[in-house]
Design a protein around this ligand. Structure first.
Ligand code: ADE
Ligand code: ZN
Length: 345
């Protein structure tokens, strides 16, 4: 085999891997075309004259520069059908990348503060989940994220508003501007969510220091860390992540677009994977960062020279880290093993 055919074979193998996506902000899957369509449907005037002009504005220097444009994009979502259309478009893209299970983050405060009811958001997303299950065979869960630039009281009120819909939600998370808003600011609301039987995750160590990962673990008692790439700066923390198999939902193309790493070849995902950290690959906000799951997988495998066995390990990690039953996990792992055996990997 030539190097080119070997690389094409590896890319095909990676694309076909059954996988779970655990770090996708559903509002970050809104493509510019759909933003314009929804703006027109809802009589909203955007501050960009065209799809191309909006896309051209996607040149970010850090997390905050992205969040400003991301919240503006989400402002076109008003009706239940809008949330359904957004989520259904994501599920179709995920299905094309062989995502068989997805856990979707959503940011209710972005919508409720504009007068959209919690039920409108959740019912629209839940209807898309049902259609994705029956039409595409893609299973999914919803994770309600609190915006960390707002107060803890606002988060507590949001959890209260979500009370009638808790059977539709698998867990809670923490996102938005990280630096200056440490996890411990949300200690009470996470304790409350835990009492209610919800699973817990938080963004930590995306731009913020390793201390934020420690407090997400020890104060919030999260079961997964979203991003967590700054953990590499603290050997004691890395040791803890390895020994506890604490999953990190890493988003390689996001990290490049938001200038966390300069080049993908400098990303620390391969180092952490080889140390035994339960790292997974995810798309974060695929409409803004230039790629859904398979674009993240293929670019990372190529840039970091990962083997087929390492790519399979990343898919296995995604099922290990999913909030699913042991039976579901065993089913996905059997599917993954069958797939790689058939391809001799
Ligand atoms: N909200 C959407 N994407 C995010 C990210 N990458 N970090 C923090 N909050 C977010
Ligand atoms: Zn994120």
């Amino acid at each position: 085999m030539t190097d080119t055919t070997r690389q094409a074979a590896l890319e095909n193998f990676v694309r076909g891997l059954p996988k779970a996506e655990l770090h996708i902000h559903i509002e970050g899957s809104l493509e510019p075309e759909l933003i314009f369509e929804l703006a027109q449907r809802n009589g909203i005037t955007l501050s960009y004259p065209s799809v191309d002009a909006l896309r051209a504005a996607y040149a970010f220097t850090d997390l905050q520069s992205f969040l400003d444009i991301y919240y503006a994009g989400a402002s076109v979502l008003l009706a239940e059908q809008d949330f359904f259309d957004m989520a259904m478009a994501y599920f179709r893209r995920a299905h094309a990348d062989n995502v068989v299970h997805a856990e979707l983050f959503f940011d209710p405060q972005t919508h409720t503060e504009r007068g959209v009811a919690m039920g409108t958001v959740i019912n629209g997303l839940a209807r898309a989940q049902e259609q994705a299950r029956t039409e595409l065979g893609v299973e999914s869960g919803l994770i309600l994220c609190f915006l960390r630039h707002l107060s803890e009281q606002d988060a507590l009120d949001t959890l209260e508003q979500a009370r009638p819909y808790l059977d539709r939600i698998v867990g809670v998370g923490l996102d938005s501007s990280e630096v200056g808003h440490p996890p411990e600011k949300f200690a009470r609301v996470f304790a409350k969510a835990r009492e209610l039987g919800l699973r817990l995750v938080a963004h930590a160590g995306e731009e913020g220091p390793p201390e934020y990962v420690w407090s997400a673990l020890d104060v919030l008692k999260v079961e997964r860390i979203d991003h967590g790439v700054q953990s590499i700066r603290d050997p004691r923390l890395l040791d803890r992540l390895v020994t506890t198999r604490m999953p990190l939902t890493v988003c390689p193309l996001s990290n490049i677009k938001l200038c966390v790493f300069k080049h993908l070849s400098e990303h620390n995902l391969a180092d952490m994977l080889r140390m035994g950290v339960c790292v997974t690959i995810n798309s974060d906000d695929p409409a803004y960062f230039g790629g859904y799951m398979n674009q993240n997988f293929v670019a990372t495998v190529n840039a970091l020279d990962l083997s087929a066995a390492e790519a399979k390990q990343l898919a296995a990690n995604s099922f290990e880290a999913s909030f699913i039953t042991p039976e579901q996990r065993a089913g996905y792992m059997a599917r993954l093993n069958q797939y790689s055996q058939n391809l001799g990997a």
